[in-house]
Each structure stands twice: as structure tokens, then as C-alpha cells.
Design a protein around this ligand. Structure first.
Ligand SMILES: Cc1cc2nc3c(=O)[nH]c(=O)nc-3n(C[C@H](O)[C@H](O)[C@H](O)COP(=O)(O)OP(=O)(O)OC[C@H]3O[C@@H](n4cnc5c(N)ncnc54)[C@H](O)[C@@H]3O)c2cc1C
Length: 460
């Protein structure tokens, strides 16, 4: 039974993926509710995922970054969106948020959708004019303006994860020589080595330098508030690299400083703990998107899985429940994909190292298969890596790289992992076939068959 009468004043913190999904769904569930979104920045409803393509010039028009306007929400959805309203504090007993350190706004139900923010390297000089974070529209404008005014010739990127690599490609396409410094022993550190190596080789071909197992320890040659070099520590060695500018892309943390003085239960890095209804430890406060922990469907444990797809879904469910519904979010298979220099990479589930750490008995197999039958021409190689638990025969994770049909194939594994399919189920799964799109045994069937063969060699 909905208690819509109780939840008339719904407040949402954050005006992007999860926040706008939450606000819209709250209004759908309870059209009588007054729904207000507070956004700290000037912009709302931007596709973060498209920002690297605006920097590279592939997206030409600034307005094409945005999906909906403040006006759209007011006129079409009767949702009030207040930009430049940063929530700086939260009074849970008085049910009010503090905005811009002064104004107080009350709520019956609050939905926290404040996303995440780049992690700091904690090095002096980080505020220099040519050292950039990259996460939102304001960062994007700053970087684009800098590049058009200063015409830099080279850049150092701290971090070889998805965002660092997307930006490496964007800068490369603008004629900027890029060096990536990565702390881990491989780029895309959550991928299996055989998958991340494919991208590593592509970067080398493009002339992008990558230094692995290394970290930036200081910024040097600071003149007119701009750094002209970085010091990089690699084992016992320290080297100084000259650069025109630096991009920091060393992971993200939840954007939740305003809950620090509350009793809301939190997890690592200040992430917000929620139940299946996306409800926090406070009954009238919900959280969704990058700032909230969600259940990993393979491990059953809660963790941070910051993707746009999870943000949109959890936002929608948090919004519905804040308005009086009782929908559940079961969790995420941790599926993600990226395209670097025309190569799709995608993964779902957990990798072998994670599986070992969690006490599984993982068997990993890797194979190379054509994307469709070769005689018709145009087939591209797909590299697949599959991790299966030897005891239960459950598929724990899959990863792929190739020029085509990779991410949608990984989605089949995502469905299999979500429904706890065994490797035997996936081997015999009835997948579509025609010469121009696949092979009679699709790469998904083939890698599953290879894993079954490997399992048969195991003695229990
Ligand atoms: C360059 C880039 C590329 C990406 N590519 C992909 C991709 O291809 N696929 C994918 O799945 N994911 C991708 N992501 C990640 C994806 O964008 C995020 O997971 C998603 O935006 C999270 O949505 P969110 O609503 O939780 O947070 P956000 O989109 O970050 O929105 C949070 C909003 O809250 C506001 N806010 C923060 N603090 C406050 C406060 N105190 N008061 C008021 N407002 C506040 C912020 O200004 C922000 O607008 C990418 C991210 C980036 C940066």
C-alpha cells in the first residue's frame, strides 16, 4: 500500500544520470509529489560518456552533450531543478539539507545521487593551471579551452584505466603526444593480461608511451602556476618527464562529504550503504548511482560499480521507492565495455585473480575466434577469456576484445552470469547464426566448449 500522502516533498541531490532518473520516476509514481533536484554545477543531464568525444572534436556541438534542459524538467515533468545549489550539509533529524553553507531546504524523503569525483594524488601543486581533473562538463570546458589556446604538444596522463585511455585517444587525435603513467603492472587493471595486452599493443602502435608499475610523486618546474614536468618513481628509480600539461585520472571516489557528520551507514571511501530498495540506514533517505554500494551478483558482496547503466537503473528504483513504491534492485554483473582506437573491449563478472581471492577454484581458458565465417570476407579476430568455477561449473567472468561484435557478445555472458548458468548451459545455448554475423558454433559456445575440455582434465 503506497503512502503517497506521507512523501509529498521529495528532494534529490545531483542532476545527472541517477538523480534525474530518480526524480522522473518519483514523479511518475506519485504525480502529486513536489520533486526538486539540487545540482551543484551549472549543467544537468550531460552524457559524461560523450565528453572525451567533445574534446577530440568528434562531437562538434557543445549542446549535443546534453539530453534534457532545466526547462524540460519544469515544463514537461513538473520537476524543479535548481543548479548551482551545492548540498554542503545534512540534518537528518530535522529532515533538511544545507545548501551552499547557508540555505536550508526541507524534505519528506531524500534521494542522494551525488555521483563520484576523481581521486586526488595528494601531491603538492595539484591546483596548477595545467593540471586537470576530468569528470564533468566544467572540467571538459577547461581542458578544451586550454588546448585551443595553448596548443600543447605533449601530455602526461596519470592512470591507465578506461577514462585515462579514452582521453589518451582524444589527445592523440588532436596531435598531442601522450605518455601514460600507471601504478599497476598493466593498463585496464581489472582485465585479464591477455585482454589488456591487446590494448597495450595498440597504444604502442599509435606512439603512446605507457610506463607501468610507476607513480607520479611530484610536479616540477612550476612557473606562472603551471607545471612543466613530473617526477615518476618506478621501483628504486625516479625519472623526470617534461610535459605541457597533466591529466589526473587515477580512479574515483563517492562524492559524499556532506554526509560525514550524519549516522548514515557508509562503506569504503565514504560510499553509501543501501538495501535492495536503495534505502540507506535512514528510512527516509535513499541513495543511487556512483555514490552508493550495490551488490555484485557473482560474489554476493556489496561494492562500488560506477557505471552509467547501474546509475540509471538504481536511480529509477530509488525514485520509485522514495515516492512510496517497493521495487528492488537485485545487483550488477559488473558489465562494462569501452572502445579504444577501434577495438572493443568488454567484461562481465569477476576475473580469475578476484575469483582466487574469494576462494573459488577458477579455471581460465582463452581463445581466438573469427567474428563470422572467413570465406565471405571481413571477419575480425575476437579474443575471449572465460573464467569458470571448477566445483560448481558456474561461469564467473568473461572478457573479450576485438574489432567488432564484442560488447553485445559479452552481454550474453552477462545474462548467463546473472541467471547463474553453468558453462555446460552456455556451450549448448542456442545462439543465432548466419555467415555474415557468426559461425555455427558462436565464439561464446566455442570458449565454453574449451572450458569444458579443460575441466575434464582436472582431477577432483
Ligand atoms: C569521461 C567519462 C566516460 C564515461 N564512460 C562511461 C561509459 O562508456 N559507460 C558507462 O557505463 N559509464 C561511463 N562513465 C561513468 C558514468 O558517467 C557514471 O557512472 C555516471 O555518470 C554516474 O551517474 P551518477 O548520477 O551516479 O553521477 P554523476 O553523473 O556524476 O552525477 C552526479 C551529479 O551530482 C552533482 N553533485 C555532486 N555533489 C553534489 C552536491 N553536494 N550537491 C549537489 N549536487 C552535487 C554533480 O555535479 C553531478 O552533476 C563515464 C564517466 C566519465 C567521466
Amino acid at each position: 500500500m503506497y503512502r503517497q500522502d506521507l512523501y509529498k516533498n521529495i528532494l534529490v541531490i545531483g542532476g545527472n544520470v541517477s538523480g534525474l532518473a530518480a526524480a522522473s520516476q518519483a514523479k511518475r509514481v506519485n504525480p502529486q509529489a513536489q520533486v526538486t533536484v539540487l545540482e551543484s554545477g551549472k549543467y544537468i543531464s550531460y552524457g559524461s560518456c560523450g565528453l572525451p568525444y567533445y574534446i577530440s572534436g568528434q562531437i562538434k556541438e557543445f549542446n549535443d552533450i546534453f539530453t534534457y534542459s532545466v526547462d524540460f524538467f519544469q515544463k514537461k515533468r513538473d520537476i524543479k531543478v535548481l543548479t548551482e545549489h551545492r548540498v554542503t550539509g545534512l540534518d537528518t533529524s530535522g529532515r533538511q539539507v544545507i545548501v551552499n553553507r547557508e540555505k536550508k531546504i526541507g524534505y519528506d524523503r531524500l534521494i542522494i545521487c551525488s555521483g563520484s569525483t576523481p581521486r586526488s594524488l595528494n601531491i603538492a601543486g595539484q591546483g596548477s593551471e595545467n593540471i586537470f581533473n576530468f569528470w564533468n562538463v566544467s572540467d571538459t570546458i577547461r581542458i578544451k579551452d586550454y588546448i585551443s589556446k595553448e596548443k600543447p604538444k605533449n601530455a602526461i596522463i596519470a592512470g591507465g584505466g578506461s577514462i585515462g585511455l579514452l582521453m589518451a585517444e582524444a589527445f592523440h587525435n588532436l596531435g598531442i603526444k601522450v605518455t601514460i603513467i600507471e601504478l599497476a603492472g598493466k593498463i585496464l587493471s581489472d582485465y585479464e593480461p591477455e585482454i589488456s595486452t591487446i590494448i597495450y599493443k595498440v597504444l604502442a602502435l599509435k606512439g603512446i608511451d605507457v610506463t607501468l608499475s610507476a607513480m607520479i610523486t611530484s610536479f616540477g618546474k612550476i612557473r606562472q602556476n603551471a607545471a612543466g614536468s613530473v617526477t615518476v618513481a618506478k621501483g628504486p628509480q625516479a625519472i623526470e618527464l617534461d610535459t605541457d600539461f597533466i591529466l589526473l585520472s587515477a580512479g574515483v571516489k563517492p562524492n559524499t562529504p556532506f554526509i560525514e557528520n550524519t549516522s548514515i551507514d557508509t562503506g569504503p571511501l565514504g560510499s553509501i550503504k543501501v538495501n535492495k530498495n536503495l534505502q540507506t540506514s535512514h528510512i527516509n533517505i535513499f541513495a543511487a548511482g556512483d555514490c552508493a554500494m550495490i551488490k555484485n551478483l557473482v560474489t554476493g558482496k556489496d561494492e562500488l560499480i560506477p557505471t552509467a547503466n547501474n546509475a540509471a537503473k538504481t536511480g529509477r528504483i530509488a525514485g520509485a521507492n522514495a515516492a512510496g513504491s517497493s521495487s528492488t534492485f537485485e545487483g550488477s554483473a559488473k558489465t562494462k565495455t569501452d572502445v579504444f582506437f577501434g577495438i572493443e573491449v568488454a567484461k562481465t563478472g569477476i576475473n580469475t585473480q578476484e575469483a582466487q581471492a574469494l576462494g573459488y577454484d577458477p579455471v581460465k581458458v582463452t581463445g581466438n575466434y573469427p567474428s563470422h565465417i572467413e570465406p565471405v570476407g571481413g571477419a575480425e579476430n575476437i579474443t575471449v577469456s572465460l573464467t569458470v568455477d571448477a566445483k560448481s561449473r558456474r561461469v564467473l567472468g568473461a572478457q573479450m576484445a576485438g574489432k567488432e561484435s564484442v560488447s553485445k557478445r559479452i552481454d550474453v555472458f552477462a545474462a548467463g552470469i546473472t541467471s547463474e548458468m553453468s558453462v555446460d548451459d552456455l556451450y549448448m545455448l542456442d545462439l543465432s547464426y548466419a555467415p555474415l554475423v557468426s559461425t555455427v558454433w558462436d565464439p561464446i559456445n566455442k570458449i565454453s566448449g574449451k572450458a569444458i575440455l579443460e575441466l575434464s582434465k582436472r582431477k577432483f
